[in-house]
Design a binder for this molecule. Sequence first.
Ligand code: ZN
Ligand code: ZN
Length: 369
Amino acid sequence: MQARAAVMPERHGRWILDTVEVAEPGPQEVLVRVVASGICQTDVHARDGFFPLPCPAVYGHEGAGVVEQVGHAVTTLKPGDHVIMANPSCGACLECRAGFETYCSNAPMLKQSGYRADGTSLSFRRGQDPIYGSFFQQSSFASLTLATARNTIRVPDDVPLDMLAAFPCGVNTGAGAVMNVLKPQPGDSYVAFGTGTVGCAGLLAAKLAGCDPIIAVDVFDERLELARNLGATHTVNATDPQLVDEVRRLAGGRGAQWCLEAAGVPAALRAAVEVLAPRGTACLVGSARAGVEVPLEMRTLQQGRSVRGCIQGESAVQTFLPHLIALYRAGQLPIERLVRHYPHAAINDAVADMLAGKTIKAVLQLGTA
Ligand SMILES: [Zn+2]
Ligand SMILES: [Zn+2]
């Protein structure tokens, strides 16, 4: 079987569309014809060599498509099912068994080794040459790819796959951090640091929870305007030298009960802690590279403030993602306002727009359902 894949030939390189050979699905695997894939910061970290998988490689970890074929042990999916591919986990380690699959002990291997879940075989080849893939056990930048049944989620046929491709990582991470971790109550104050996909999804979830005020902070004014349209009651540009005082004032003087740090920037995490009310919590979801440190003034934690992080919204993908999709179908999570579509071949332009802040959620179109 052959696929068209956006292949990264070398670290820090440019993606090249190429034809690759796809392996047959193993017993627990699913062969998916990818219709659309979100692009996220983690794909850019991969491009720049921050993960172990070697080049040439196929990334992409927000795939949406149609099942072509299933392995003989797969009972939950069948050919023709519309699916999204999400965060992988092993299902057997202590964290998975405790219901916290996003902290799976085997996640580094499953996400970033370049190999399938057996740890030794590859999804793709080009002639005799290896192409490393199985990125998040999906490598959704290929038009035909292998996933595990465990990280493949059936979705309704009547929801456009090129919208659902925003959900597996970006929307899941922001909405999950609010719904599964922070759990705000109506009338609570909420601050979004960073209004990319993750920050906007968190903001929409905070609005659904009835938070008020909702304050959005970003360096891009056009993103702040979008945040207002999505439900932010106030916005502050992150370059404002009085940022902390201003956010505290807008949050009623006492400070904010909940902050989501979705910028992945040290100054944003520090500000997220400093604007908190007594007993408030700042949750870090922004994707920072290894070695990035944040100086905190120690006494800022003395007022009962908490700082914690979470990954992938701390969600159980097989139940939480269908819940989010149901909210989207009901018009309560207007994700279409974040998405901009690009042809598969325009992946380099899509990433450039994303990094320049011109696009909130870039979604590649690889085919039709
Ligand atoms: Zn596990
Ligand atoms: Zn991601």
